[in-house]
Ligand binder design. Sequence first.
Ligand SMILES: [Zn+2]
Length: 177
Amino acid sequence: MCIILTNEVSAEVKCVFCDCMQSRVVDSRLSDDGTSIRRRRECEACGRRFTTYEKVEMIPVMVVKRDKTRQAFDAAKIRPGVIKACEKRPVSLGQIDDLVRSVEKKVYSMGDTEVTSLAVGEIVMEELKKLDEVAYVRFASVYRQFKDIQTFMNELSKLLTDSEMGTTDGQTPADKY
Ligand SMILES: [Zn+2]
């Protein structure tokens, strides 16, 4: 992705050559991942050009665990569980990394400084459900630790009905777990 904005006038950035505070933005580009903007500026006083970068500041989100302890949210910690759930499934590591990234985005876009571990788990399950139903049920069953067996069974039977026994390789669903 690349957008170019022109005719921006901006003060408050000191020219690196002459210390003048007035510069004109001659070119702005959003980085490919959309997290930073590169601005090419021209000093109003000396006419020389320099570049500034504007980056999104990631405010840490704290995860509140069941025992009320808090830990900074770290998307990398989601990955092993998702990989485990996707074992022997037609899911690539690239897809898993994409999933981890969208979970991260969702957590940050909630706009809260704290999020419960429960909510993070729900987001992971939501994303996993779109990716691979078997991986989703596996993750859900471990994640909910069978405390909520009824939910698990409901999800399982829903999946089986949705996909007409849900198997393409002749195994019964029970074989998969
Ligand atoms: Zn200057």
